[in-house]
Design a protein around this ligand. Structure first.
Ligand code: IFM
Length: 451
């Protein structure tokens, strides 16, 4: 393994850590915050491991000052966090926002700037107001105007201090896991619906970008996609075909429209043949694809692992599945550690899509390493993960990739959605009983790397 060096990254490169509101804030029903789909999902038996929920999480709502001090001590230069929509508009669509909700993010932003840390705001990281779900959530086209209204309120309030904006985090997860297979809130199971939801998610992104620009003249705006570079398990035509389909389903369905290429024709055909894309003429309206292809300042990508695809015709619907390699290193989530795929992805986005600026808005790994008898968290695997992935970034940059920033996921061990508190991605260990925080060895390594 080569060791990355800061000098391999351009001047002005953004170095940060990331979190999201529901995963860390807690205080779910405090100061007028409304119910989110994740509160409802957690309260539904059998949806989240161990019956875990976000009511306390990392208690960041009350401990944000301590967490900012921690970031400062770790030499963090930028902090990506998300706004909880139900804190601002409890039912998603009120005319007037909740002042206490906005005031919390005011305090957070002010404290970050005071600490010399640049705030990067994500507007939507999955905690949709439940009241909006009750009117169909991302299946109802009205959500686009709801999202624009919410965006306008937040941009107006924070835009004097926040210059980096991400509209939406991980459309594939929102739509496929939330509406396609039901592993995430709101727990619906229809691929046809996941495609409809995806259209509205992308449309909401496209409609929100000019609104942010209108209120924040010097804003840098982007969207974050979770991408999974894939490759065929062999050179057999079946595996190559299965890989094309996986790439279309996971990556191109979102990348292509954002880059003005419309939905990929091969996938339109495939989904149509399966009966999942039959009524789109009723929901793709004139001008939608232009709205989605709005010019942005950067593309955010979240990278965790790759997929190796072999054909496995076990059902009519799916003709591919991921191959499981027995020999490669894996995280506690059983995700393969494969840094070369990050380099390949960055070069693909630069060369094939012409991405003018790419920011890795999340990259990290879950390992359970706990404090030893001396209170030291020796998470050597996570440190190695960062070393390998930063080397991959450096190598991609050397080959021309337009990478301009990197955020490690995540600042804190936190609520990992359907996995509850079992999967720990933090740079900082959190004892969920006492709320004690201990920076792990990987955090100290990153501090030394980027300081
Ligand atoms: O914790 C999540 C995050 O909310 C979105 N991206 C992936 C992370 C790890 O699963």
């Amino acid at each position: 393994m080569t060791t990355p060096h800061l000098s391999q990254f351009p001047t002005g490169f953004t170095w940060g850590v990331a979190t999201s509101s529901f995963q860390i804030e807690g205080s779910t029903f405090v100061d007028g915050r409304g119910e989110s789909i994740w509160d409802r999902f957690c309260a539904t038996e059998g949806k989240v491991k161990n019956g875990d929920h976000g009511e306390i999480a990392c208690d960041h709502y009350n401990r944000f000052a301590e967490d900012i001090a921690l970031m400062k001590s770790l030499g963090v230069k930028a902090y990506r966090f998300s706004i909880a929509w139900p804190r601002i508009l409890p039912s998603g669509s009120e005319t007037e926002p909740v002042e206490a909700g906005l005031a919390f993010y005011d305090r957070l932003v002010d404290a970050l700037l005071e600490a010399g840390i640049e705030p990067w705001v994500t507007l939507y990281h999955w905690d949709l107001p439940q009241a909006l779900q009750d009117e169909g959530g991302w299946l109802n086209r009205r959500i686009v105007e709801r999202f624009v209204h919410y965006t306008e309120i937040v941009a107006k309030r924070l835009g004097d201090r926040v210059k980096h904006w991400i509209t939406i985090n991980e459309p594939w997860v929102i739509c496929h896991l939330g509406y396609g297979v039901g592993e995430h809130a709101p727990g619906l199971k229809s691929i046809r619906h996941s495609l409809l939801a995806a259209h509205h998610v992308l449309l909401a992104h496209g409609a929100a970008v000019p609104v942010i620009r209108r209120h924040v003249s010097d804003a840098k705006v982007g969207i974050t996609l979770n991408l999974c570079p894939s490759e065929p398990a062999s050179e057999s035509p079946w595996d190559i075909e299965a890989n094309r389909s996986f790439d279309g389903f996971f990556n191109r369905w979102y990348l292509d429209p954002i880059f003005g290429r419309d939905y990929p024709a091969d996938m339109v055909q495939e989904y149509t043949e399966r009966g999942d894309f039959v009524d789109h003429a009723t929901w793709i309206e004139e001008g939608d694809m232009e709205t989605i292809a709005v010019e942005t300042d950067f593309l955010g990508i979240n990278y965790y692992s790759r997929a190796v695809i072999r054909s496995d015709k076990v059902s009519e619907e799916e003709n591919w599945e991921r191959t499981v390699f027995d020999d490669g290193p894996r995280t506690a989530f059983n995700w393969e550690v494969h840094a070369p795929s990050l380099e390949r992805l960055l070069l693909r986005l630069t060369n094939d899509y012409g991405a003018k600026a790419i920011v890795v808005t999340e990259n990290g790994a879950s390992y359970p390493t706990a404090p030893d008898a001396n209170g030291v968290v020796a998470d050597v695997e996570r440190q190695a993960y960062f070393e390998q992935h930063l080397s991959a970034c450096a190598s991609a940059i050397a080959k021309g990739a337009t990478l301009t920033g990197y955020f490690a996921w995540s600042l804190l061990d936190n609520f990992e959605w359907a996995e509850g508190y079992e999967q720990r991605f933090g740079l900082v260990w959190v004892d969920f009983d006492t709320q004690q925080r201990i920076p792990k060895q990987s955090a100290l390594w990153l501090r030394d790397f980027w300081s």
